[in-house]
Ligand binder design. Structure first.
Ligand code: C5P
Length: 218
């Protein structure tokens, strides 16, 4: 049995940044489940499917195989055997993932992959439903959040550093929309597990959040 740490929370709360650092410090494997939903999203986009075309998405699930592998502790996502990791992080893919992750057939495709990864290895897994659905018996559960304002500002800075044109209000609106979708969907909605520790990172440094979580681990 692996030691399992679950980190859930809304978009932009810093889950992946924090989880990677905790993984490094504790020697756990970092599993990014959002990247798996993004991997399937690329499959749908490549087929020319629109986010709202639910029937087509369900049909397209039949010939999609998402797997992951690690290179120098970095997670790579493979779609039908092809490494698509470099395409995961853009708005179109994120939006497609956010909409299609509400479809039961899409979630079912990834559940077993996620559970198998945690079975035999020590993992820190981040997502929306890890503590509530994927790993209900995780050894440590954290619900990591921050105010919409803080999350929007962080995202704004990140984009500015990349030299991309962006607007703070639009980003905040987008974050609220994504939160609403994740929290109100019928299947595996984003919510704090009863036994999860709430960490609000709005006024915390990255190092403080990492220490808080490391201290919760054995
Ligand atoms: O975390 P990230 O932004 O990469 O996730 C992309 C989308 O995948 C999210 O907007 C969310 O709707 C979905 N997701 C999910 N369950 C997870 C991880 C991600 O529904 N465990």
């Amino acid at each position: 049995m692996g030691y399992n740490v679950a980190i859930d929370g809304p978009a932009g709360a810093g889950k992946s940044t924090i989880a990677k650092l905790v993984a490094k410090e504790k020697g756990y494997i970092y599993v990014d489940t959002g990247a798996m939903y993004r991997g399937l999203a690329i499959h749908f986009l490549d087929k020319g499917i629109q986010p709202q075309e639910t029937e087509k998405v369900i049909e397209a699930c039949k010939d999609a195989e998402v797997t992951i592998a690690y290179e120098d502790a970095v997670q790579h996502v493979y779609l039908n055997g092809k490494d698509i990791s470099s395409r995961l992080r853009n708005e179109e893919v994120g939006n497609m993932a956010s909409v299609t992750s509400a479809i039961p057939e899409v979630r079912k495709k990834l559940l077993e992959l996620q559970q198998n990864l945690a079975k035999t290895q020590n993992v820190i897994m981040d997502g929306r439903d890890i503590g509530t659905c994927v790993l209900p018996h995780a050894d440590v559960k954290v619900y990591l959040t921050a105010s919409v304002e803080t999350r929007a500002k962080r995202r704004y800075q990140e984009l500015q550093e990349k030299g991309e044109d962006c607007n703070l209000e639009e980003i905040a609106h987008d974050i609220e929309e994504r939160d609403r979708r994740d929290m109100t969907r019928e299947i595996a909605p984003l919510k704090q597990a009863e036994d999860a520790v709430l960490v609000d990172s709005s006024d915390m440094t990255i190092a403080e959040v990492v220490k808080t979580i490391v201290d919760l681990c054995r």
